[in-house]
Ligand binder design. Sequence first.
Ligand SMILES: [Fe+2]
Ligand SMILES: [Fe+2]
Length: 201
Amino acid sequence: METPATVQMLNLQLPTDPRWVNLAEMDLGEILTDHAYCEQKAATSCISLVQGYPDYPELVREVAPIVTEEWGHFRAVLAELDKRGLELGRQRKDEYVNGLMKFLQKGGGRERALLEKLLLCALIEARSCERFRLLSLYCADEDLRQFYHKFMVAEAGHYVLFIELARKYFDREKVDARWKEFLAYEAELLQNLEVRGDRMH
Ligand SMILES: [Fe+2]
Ligand SMILES: [Fe+2]
């Protein structure tokens, strides 16, 4: 079901379990709710980057518009829920992101922390992109396939942006070496998480 080419393009080391799209489609209210909060969290982390690194003008310039875009995504998911007569549910524990956070290197100062934050953002964007792609290809509902296609394209752009920012501020070899570690960790984390239709990740 997954084509290795996309996984390769995104650098991800583990393709999503093919059962996931079917599970996700079974309860749209649940998957759309989880998706909405993913967009909210993406907007929130971009705001935090701007707050934490005002002395990185290019970062501020690049990331500020992403806040608007991610919040626009949140609103698009709300509109989709609305259109289908569904309601936004409560936010659930995000085991995927919590698991990734545990991997972040502590110490080393705020500059080192920036590399960790940029790579974390890049990774979540890459995995989201891979999953939106699956939904855009394999959802039974034609409208949903189009709906998810737009997210796939946008999140692919964000993935590239975060990697490029990391390469702008840090030595390329250092970025690439750390990125490889993130990818290996993420694959192992995902392997150990239950495949659930009510979670984007
Ligand atoms: Fe988004
Ligand atoms: Fe994004």
